[in-house]
Design a protein around this ligand. Structure first.
Ligand code: RUB
Ligand code: MG
Length: 418
């Protein structure tokens, strides 16, 4: 018999093996617990321990205990190493049931936040990663080295199919590359999915023909998984190049299914992240956006929203740090294109590019359709703000020769909205 002691998962001298998944958590121990005891409970509950000591026949047991191996008392940060055999290959739900499961609610900690993961090749190799990643700028669009530009029609719901396609057409003609559905537009009576898909792609084809630039449509396929896979097939049938999926509300298993189906059709995946703030907004509890973005890369999205480096309307974490991770090496997975969105307008584009570089997608809704002269002028103003920034010319100077940008700057200045 062997004893699995619930409080014996701590070894500060332990050096994690290269095959292990190493997770960093910020924890506040329960009132009557030391940080060592709480760290041990985190490692125990998230691997093979429980609240009681277990007595198991050694011959019938694979040892799968995690080890809490580093504790930084000043930051309340702990590091836990998980053996690769704990995990089912290629199952994101199973991994998250371990590293972000019961421990999030257990009484041994007042609060706990999964901050970062160091993913070993043994786990990464079970996932496909992006099919195109940052390559979409050149493989599917004509953005070259500039940021990809996208817009979401506003109001976010309620526009008829014809109005939606018309707004898209105006925005494409004004200079954006991608039309995107807002997250709460899927398949409602006022704007049914297949009609919207067909009309929007017909408008795209007209614009491409006239302006000589490739354009595309991020149609929101989000829904129940079987329905969603049918929608992915429809996008391919109608000649679309991308799908959009709201990854957190759908769940990672559904994202994995969509990734597989998109491979069959050569479709790229734009990941929206509604509900992420339920996990990442509090800095002492939940799952960081950094980790959510890592999971999305493994599951194989090509774009993911990562915030605006503080320049938009929503509270965000460390956008530059997350984007660096998405662009960096991860055992050969393609890099993911980060999307900056939420409250952006032409007046902040120079600051945004300064903060995040050019290998991004800039997405604006209100910042285009709220332009005093309408959507077409708004799209032109956004494109002009990018041109100015890449030419190293100040927005004010560029606006002297570009009326649409001048009007946008008069309206919004360089203010960050709320
Ligand atoms: C943007 C919008 C999106 C944001 C969400 O609209 O509706 O849902 O992408 O933010 P607008 P994030 O441009 O009018 O603010 O990108 O941070 O997930
Ligand atoms: Mg939205």
């Amino acid at each position: 018999m062997t004893g699995i002691e619930y409080d014996d998962f701590l070894d500060r001298a332990y050096d994690p093996a290269a095959t292990e998944l190493v997770c960093t958590f910020r924890i506040e121990p329960a009132e009557d617990m030391t940080i060592e005891a709480a760290a041990s409970r985190v490692a125990s509950e998230s691997s093979n321990g429980t609240w009681a000591t277990l007595h198991v026949d050694e011959s019938e047991l694979t040892h799968l205990g995690a080890v809490a191996c580093e504790i930084d008392e000043s930051e309340n940060e702990i590091t836990v190493a998980y053996p690769a055999d704990l995990f089912e290959a290629g199952s994101m739900p199973q991994i998250l049931s371990c590293i972000a499961g019961n421990i999030m609610g257990m009484k041994a900690v007042e609060s706990i936040r999964l901050e970062d993961c160091d993913w070993p090749e043994s786990i990464v190799s079970g996932f496909p990663g992006p099919q195109f990643g940052t390559g979409v700028a050149r493989e599917k669009l004509d953005a070259g080295e500039r940021p990809i530009l996208a817009t979401v029609p506003k109001p976010k719901v309620g526009l008829s199919t014809a109005a939606h396609a018309r707004v898209g057409e105006e925005a494409w003609r004004g200079g954006v590359d991608l039309l995107k559905d807002d997250e709460n537009l899927t398949d409602q009576d006022f704007n049914p999915f297949e009609d919207r898909l067909a009309e929007s792609l017909a408008a795209r084809d007209r614009v491409e023909e006239d302006v000589g630039e490739r354009k595309d449509y991020l149609v929101n396929v989000t829904g129940e998984t079987t329905e969603m896979l049918d929608r992915v097939d429809l996008v391919a049938e109608h000649g679309g190049g991308f799908v959009m999926i709201d990854v957190i509300t759908c769940g990672w298993a559904a994202v994995q299914s969509v990734r597989e189906r998109c491979e069959d059709h050569g479709l790229a995946i734009h990941a929206h992240r509604a509900m992420h703030a339920a996990f990442d907004r509090l800095d002492h509890h939940g799952v960081s956006m950094r980790v959510l973005a890592q999971i999305a890369r493994l599951c194989g999205v090509d774009h993911i929203h990562t915030g605006t480096a503080g320049l938009g309307k929503l509270a965000n974490e460390d956008t530059p740090g997350i984007n660096d991770w998405l662009h960096g090496d991860c055992h050969g997975l393609k890099p993911v294109l980060p999307v900056a969105s939420g409250g952006l307008h032409p007046g902040v584009v120079d600051q945004l590019i300064d903060a995040l570089g050019t290998d991004i997608c800039i997405q604006a809704g209100g910042g285009i359709h709220g332009h005093p002269d309408g959507t077409h002028a708004g799209a032109k103003a956004l494109r002009q703000s990018v041109e100015a920034s890449l030419d190293g010319v100040s927005l004010d100077e560029y606006a002297q020769e570009h009326a649409e940008l001048a009007t946008a700057l008069d309206k919004w200045g360089a203010e960050t909205p709320r």
